[in-house]
Unconditional design. Structure first.
Lengths: 362, 543, 538
């Protein structure tokens, strides 16, 4: 994404990453600098939109200013700092940590989740016995959009931090403690009975497949390949970029996600309508054939040639009888630029009137 | 629909609105007491009173056991010493009576094992302690007899005249810190960090309000020495706090007191009132904040989170509390015992204090001794004595049996074998043994004790008290319990020992705070020092 | 918006979180523009001063430093009083005003009577609070104003916008990041529909239809002259339908005017009398039920094209699935119809070629094409050449008109005020969970679980007087019609005012609203009308 106005600080420090000198700005974290330099450090609880917590421990690296490994996501750089991201201890730590996470999952990790991807990439220390995750879910949650599978949760708190700091809704929280820690609402109410605005940002940010869209739950767990088409949301004027996940066989959109944070204006965010209100697309009420009013006064399905001919004849008739300014053209702020252009061209060049206006002029 | 409360995600935004929100958040835990814990309606009411969102309030309350389970009548200590004295039977007995009862982490009453905490009339607090199933039946611990060569001297009468504060004012803040440096006082809470470094750091912080926090959340299993300081020498502690505030330029003192410590609370409140009356606390604000049942809040940054009304999850360091502590202010946090050493250091000089120790070690140290000893109690001995001397002070192994194992410094120190009887009880020598002095909560096990069960007890303690924030600790503590249970049940596999070592390594390397780093020690020590304890169980031969 | 030369957000959405002062007026941002509200909340949580001006205590007000709960339709009083404080206290940017504006004297004159104390009487906002906010706005560098239909949907909506732009120009909060004047567009392509000339007064690219040179330029490209007769705006068009003339034939694309237009009962009678009604939509809307011909269209997920968002960013719409049955993309239907009536092809190359044709008529969009967006992502106009990066914020080199016009506006009375017979003031608006006429969102079960059915917010004091409890069915009526809805007793509305959403076809709030429109834009006055509320059946 081009400069979006969210700002940047000059880089006056030098840091060594795996032996390579890299420029950095005061206040930056090791992770920020590493990502810019193309040095890959795995993360689970990190989301660029959220203040880093360092809780998942995935991004631990060796740093010249600390005896213990440090979380890259929140460790500040200093001039001359030397960071090692791929030592035997770092590798060993990644394998052992991932083994612990997997021991705490009910089965295989959710396909396509960050957790699954990292486990495949870095490998897992063998032999760690499965433990019984006593995390409580929300059995009475009737909402149809967001599924919370507590047993897959890794408690990285991305969802709760997103809900607090980005959505500004604070509907969910870390609750209980230790092995019983879970993601809860006040009084364990269903989401519909909380301050939740159903934006689904929690689903978007979940790295473990614990929060998923109910509409795509089966497809996600099966690891079914979905085709992704980048488009623009058709609701309000923010213009959020969206990725439509398409089941080609069913010719259906089954899931809508945001492009990653930092890549488009919406910065990874969507609202309830953009993310979840796509069911109208294949709703049975959709018009599937042109309709023309018959002599009986009712609308009847017909073919395009007939319908277009009738429309042209009616509009031309009014123009012929009363002049073109007896016609009005209501264009649509819901339709594309190209279509709005064509409506005004139809009015002006086709019929010769300036009586054209979109439905929401402001 | 959102009903009224914006989330409070940011810590300590410097402006007025930010300070107001910090103050609102800090009221959440005290308000839970007022509302009788996490009961229906309490969350909404607290949201209405503070503006903190309902979910956040729920998340905070559910973290603390005394709040989360308000209807428990009795909590039976499942610490090692209590377990060795039949806590299981007490728990089963109370259950059989149909009482609302549960096991809990060490209550700091190891000398009175098996200890039971009874709910009082006051919700959340007002507890009563008993030994066995009888409330109120407790004995006083054995103490070292009073002597001028003790820094704290528990057996001496408490002195409400605060002579050391006058001396400290005479020395001036910098002069006090010079004496503290000369005293080479290392923090008595467990980490052994040189106290003067913290004091100097807070004193050197940029101008602005500073805070002195007393960590009185004694909870390390096997430890009950702060309890005795609070009950017997509250003036000495308060005087130490006032001197600390003077030395670092703070005008606010907060004492974070373990919520289960009803007796110490009464003693402390009385001493505060008396000191106020005497004018000792003029210009100082002193608050006593009560804990709500979370061992982790003895970790200094988790303690700060609790004081701020949040879930007691440790913070990352840096920044250290000395830079950004309570509500972002430079904060000096010291343990009860450390602070109680301060008046004597100021009055008699840092060099005198340093000379009390043996060899390299400096000062005297309170040892809580319990388990299979003849005279369980709190003994103030020179730092640097051997374990054998500590055992002797407590009358040796009870019943004339042989030593089986000992835990030198609470659950976090693991278990050492009898041949370590001559180990020097100081920070360095114990660290060399892969253990730690910690809080010096010594638990002695005789030759008949089941060491696998002892290790399992400690492992379960850490599982229950892990805050849950980081996976190495949250999941690692579960895996360790699982591995030890497999050994107990004869289901261990040959690879389990390697797995245990790998998980322990990860807990040490990957955990955020010391809890996760210490948690694997009991199991690791079993592997290292007591291979038979594992081998005699089931077919794990050759593992 | 004529004061800065172009009607669009001067600044970008991404700049919001870096703002130090945000004034949100007439915008229920959390519900109508949730993702922009997230940016505002982040600014507020960071420490920016957030001022919400709204007759209702909207959700965003919970995050605000100040909520100015002004009486509906009194915006000019409030804004003029702020201007007066800024002028009186010497907080205006004399250098900016001298170099970039004209009309200062007119503003001084117009705000003379608008003292904060008088404004307090009219708006209900304490004078001292008006002063505080005016000072903070004027003295903060990164200070932006954000508004939506609560400003424009009034009979004096244009005056409201002038009063806002006066504040921006007086303080010079223009041509820099995180500042400016930012209308948030209510629908996905309001901006683009304006940009591309779906307007009686503008040809594509804001070239005025009454400008002969512009007509000549466009006419030459089209090969036919552009008509000279001024066109009717939407409000005038609807009145011309409701009155039975002079408009006798209507073509409606993608809009359910019988739900969304004000005073809809009269309009419905007029629509029934039309000699020709052609409706192009994805569902059989209330309007389509009256049509002579209904043309089934593809929805956004089934076609190619572009939308332009509130920050002037042209972004792609792409086909993900096939349209159902015989449905076709709107552009294809329009092209076919154009060919029928004109005998000339309209869009042989499809959407990309249509965009190129439109962009070729303008300077603002000349550098934008589907191919460029596909390669680079969305582009913000003005973007005059193919190598131009687009424009993040406008007027970096001073206002586009050369000198921007400060317009002295004086407060006007609302067209309809409560009286003894119609004692409550009704405002209509949007909720988070539904969208416009609800044709899409009311067909999504997960949304209707959360909110299904019309409601009217009544404050506890009024509810007590009316004998209405939370959840009771009430009858809301105005001089034009009546509907039933459930009462929601809520302190978010003030005494004497009620609020309801307009998304529900079975309880059309627009049966109640007035068809008065703004004199300049024709925008309907949805925000103010007098009503009464009684218990249904009671």
């Amino acid at each position: 994404m081009k400069d979006d106005g969210r700002g940047e600080t000059p880089r006056t420090l030098t840091v060594t990453l795996d032996g390579q000198p890299v420029a950095a700005a005061p206040g930056e974290t090791v992770l920020t600098v590493a990502r810019r330099a193309g040095v890959d450090i795995p993360t689970l609880c990190h989301d660029d939109r959220l203040a880093p917590t360092g809780a998942c421990r995935m991004c631990l690296v060796e740093s010249s200013d600390s005896r213990r490994m440090v979380p890259a996501c929140r460790h500040p750089v200093s001039d001359g700092l030397a960071v090692q991201t791929d030592t035997p201890d770092v590798q060993r730590h990644r394998r052992a940590l991932l083994a612990l996470y997997l021991a705490d999952q009910p089965g295989a990790p959710t396909p396509g989740s960050d957790l699954e991807r990292l486990a495949r990439r870095y490998g897992v220390e063998p032999g760690v016995p499965a433990v019984e995750a006593p995390r409580a879910g929300r059995p009475d949650d009737a909402n149809r959009f967001i599924a919370f599978r507590a047993d897959r949760c890794i408690l990285c708190a991305r969802c709760t931090r997103y809900c607090d700091a980005v959505a500004g809704v604070a509907a969910i929280t870390l609750a209980n403690r230790g092995a019983h820690t879970t993601i809860a609402t006040a009084g364990d109410a269903g989401l519909l009975d909380t301050s939740c605005e159903l934006c689904g940002g929690c689903v978007d940010t979940c790295p473990a497949g614990a929060l998923v869209e109910r509409s795509a739950e089966a497809a996600i767990d099966a690891g079914a390949p979905l085709e992704v088409v980048r488009s623009t949301c058709n609701y309000c004027g923010v213009g959020c970029q969206i990725d439509l996940h398409v089941d080609r066989v069913a010719n259906a959109v089954v899931r809508v996600t945001s492009p990653p944070p930092g890549t488009t204006t919406n910065d990874g965010n969507l609202c309830v309508k953009g993310r979840f209100a796509f069911g109208f697309i294949d709703h049975p009420d959709r018009l599937t054939a042109p309709l023309v009013r018959g002599a009986d006064g009712a609308l009847h399905a017909t073919d395009w040639d007939t319908a277009l001919g009738r429309a042209a004849e009616l509009l031309t008739g009014v123009s012929a009888r009363y002049g073109p300014d007896a016609l009005g053209f209501v264009s649509s702020s819901r339709c594309t630029n190209e279509e709005n252009y064509l409506v005004q061209k139809l009015a002006r060049a086709g019929f010769g009137t300036n009586n054209v206006h979109q439905c929401a002029a402001t | 629909m959102p009903d009224g409360a914006p989330p409070r995600t940011y810590h300590h935004r410097g402006d007025e609105a930010g300070r107001r929100r910090d103050a609102d958040q800090a009221r959440v835990l005290p308000l839970f007491d007022a509302h009788g814990g996490l009961r229906p309606g309490a969350v909404r009411a607290i949201q209405a009173e503070t503006g903190v969102p309902a979910a956040t309030v729920h998340g905070v309350g559910s973290f603390y056991h005394l709040i989360a389970r308000p209807d428990v009548e009795a909590r039976v200590c499942e610490g090692l010493s209590c377990r060795m004295r039949g806590a299981d039977r007490v728990l089963a007995g109370l259950r059989a009576e149909g009482r609302a009862v549960e096991g809990c982490a060490c209550l700091g009453q190891c000398d009175r094992a098996p200890a039971v905490l009874w709910a009082g009339a006051e919700a959340g607090h007002g507890f009563e302690i008993g030994t066995g199933a009888e409330p109120g039946s407790v004995a006083a611990p054995h103490l070292t007899p009073s002597s001028p060569d003790l820094a704290i001297d528990l057996a001496a009468p408490d002195d409400p005249t605060w002579p050391a504060l006058e001396a400290a004012r005479h020395l001036g803040p910098a002069g006090v810190r010079v004496e503290l440096r000369a005293a080479r006082l290392r923090g008595r809470g467990g980490a052994g960090f040189p106290a003067h470094l913290k004091w100097d750091a807070v004193a050197a912080a940029p101008p602005g309000p500073r805070v002195v926090v007393c960590n009185a959340d004694e909870g390390e299993p096997g430890t009950f020495k702060d309890r005795e300081v609070l009950v017997r020498r509250p003036h000495r502690l308060l005087e130490g706090l006032a001197i600390a505030a003077h030395a670092v330029g703070a005008d606010r003192i907060v004492i974070y007191l373990r919520g289960e410590f009803e007796g110490p609370r009464r003693a402390l409140e009385a001493a505060v009132a008396q000191a106020r009356g005497a004018g000792h606390l003029d210009g100082l604000s002193v608050e006593i904040a009560l804990g709500h049942g979370a061992y982790i809040c003895g970790e200094e940054t988790a303690l700060l989170e609790a004081l701020e009304g949040r879930r007691g999850m440790p913070r990352h360091k840096p920044p250290f509390p000395t830079e950004a502590g309570l509500f972002g202010r430079p904060t000096l946090i010291n343990n009860v015992e450390s602070l109680a050493c301060v008046p004597a250091i100021v009055q008699r000089g840092g060099a005198w204090f340093a000379g009390l120790g043996r060899g390299e070690a400096s000062g005297t140290k309170l040892f809580s001794v319990s388990g299979d000893v003849a005279r369980p109690g709190v003994y103030e001995l020179p730092l640097g004595v051997t374990f054998g001397e500590v055992l002797e002070a407590a009358g040796g192994v009870a019943g004339g049996r042989a030593l089986g194992a000992f835990s030198p410094g609470g659950a976090s120190s693991g278990l050492l074998p009898p041949d370590a009887v001559d180990v020097v009880m100081d920070f360095g020598p114990l660290a060399e043994r892969g253990s730690m002095l910690g809080s010096a909560g010594v638990v002695v096990l005789d030759e008949t004790r089941d060491l696998l069960d002892a290790a399992l007890t400690q492992a379960r303690f850490f599982r229950a008290e892990s805050c849950g924030q980081c996976a190495p600790c949250r999941i690692g503590t579960q895996v360790l319990v699982r591995l030890l249970e497999r050994a107990r049940d004869g289901e261990a596999t040959a690879a389990d020992r390697d797995t245990l070592e790998r998980v322990a390594w990860e807990m040490d390397a990957g955990s955020i705070c010391g809890l996760g780093m210490a948690a694997p020690l009991p199991a690791l020590h079993l592997v290292r020092y007591f291979p038979d304890a594992l081998r005699t169980r089931g077919p794990a031969e050759g593992g | 918006m004529t004061t800065f030369g172009a009607g669009a957000m001067t600044n970008s959405i991404g700049e919001i979180r870096a703002a130090d002062f945000l004034m949100v007026i007439g915008s229920n941002t959390t519900e109508a523009h949730p993702v922009i509200a997230m940016e505002m909340k982040r600014a507020a949580l960071r420490g920016a001063t957030l001022v919400v001006c709204d007759p209702r205590r909207i959700w965003l007000a919970d995050f605000a430093d100040h909520h100015l709960q002004l009486a509906p339709g009194t915006d000019v009083w409030l804004l003029n009083a702020m201007a007066r404080v800024i002028i009186d206290e010497g907080l205006w940017d004399a250098d900016f005003v001298a170099r970039h504006t004209e009309g200062f004297a007119a503003v001084v004159e117009a705000v003379r009577d608008c003292t904060p104390e008088r404004a307090e009487q009219m708006t209900g906002v304490p004078a001292e609070l008006i002063r505080t906010v005016a000072r903070a706005y004027a003295t903060t560098e990164k200070a932006g104003i954000y508004y939506t239909l609560g400003i424009t949907e009034h009979t004096h909506g244009t005056d409201n916008v002038y009063a806002l732009s006066n504040l921006v120009l007086l303080t010079g909060h223009l041509g820099k990041p995180s500042a400016g004047l930012n209308p948030l567009r209510g629908q996905n392509n309001v901006q683009g529909a304006n940009d591309t000339g779906a307007s009686p007064v503008f040809l594509p690219g804001y070239q005025r239809a009454d400008d002969a040179a512009a007509r000549a330029r466009v006419g030459a490209a089209w090969g036919v002259p552009v008509p000279e007769t001024p066109g009717l705006n939407l409000n005038q068009m609807m009145k011309a339908v409701a009155a039975g003339g002079p408009v006798r034939g209507l073509f409606v694309m993608g809009e359910d005017i019988l739900v969304s237009e004000p005073d809809v009962a009269r309009l419905e009678a007029g629509v029934a009398q039309l000699e020709a009604l052609v409706v192009q939509d994805i569902f059989l809307t209330e309007t389509a039920k009256y049509a002579d011909v209904v043309l089934p269209a593809a929805c956004f997920a089934e076609k190619e094209g572009t939308f332009t968002n509130s920050e002037r960013r042209v972004q792609r719409v792409r086909r993900a699935v096939n349209a159902p049955g015989e449905a076709r993309p709107d552009w294809a239907i329009l092209a076919a119809l154009f060919e029928r009536v004109s005998g000339r092809p309209a869009a042989p190359g499809g959407p990309a070629a249509i965009y190129d044709e439109m962009a070729g008529l303008t300077d603002k969009f000349a550098g934008i094409s589907h191919a460029r967006i596909d390669a680079e992502g969305g582009l913000q106009w003005p973007c005059p050449t193919p190598d131009h990066p687009g424009t993040r914020y406008l007027h970096a080199d001073g206002p586009a008109r050369g000198k921007a016009l400060l317009v002295g506006v004086r407060p006007k009375r609302n067209h309809e005020m409560p009286d003894d017979a119609w004692p409550l003031l009704l405002t209509t608006g949007r909720t988070l969970y539904h969208y416009n006429a609800g044709t899409q969102t009311r067909r999504v079960a997960g949304v209707t679980d959360k909110q299904d059915g019309c409601f009217v917010e009544v404050c506890p004091a009024d509810a007590a007087v009316l004998g209405v409890g939370d959840g009771d069915v009430v009858r809301v009526s105005t001089r034009r019609g009546a509907i039933e809805a459930r009462a929601r007793v809520s302190s978010r509305v003030a005494r004497g005012r009620v609020w309801m959403p307009f998304h529900f076809a079975e309880a059309r709030a627009n049966l109640l609203t007035v068809d008065a429109g703004d004199a300049v834009t024709g925008t309907g006055a949805y925000k103010v009308c007098a009503c009464r509320v009684v218990r249904a059946g009671g």
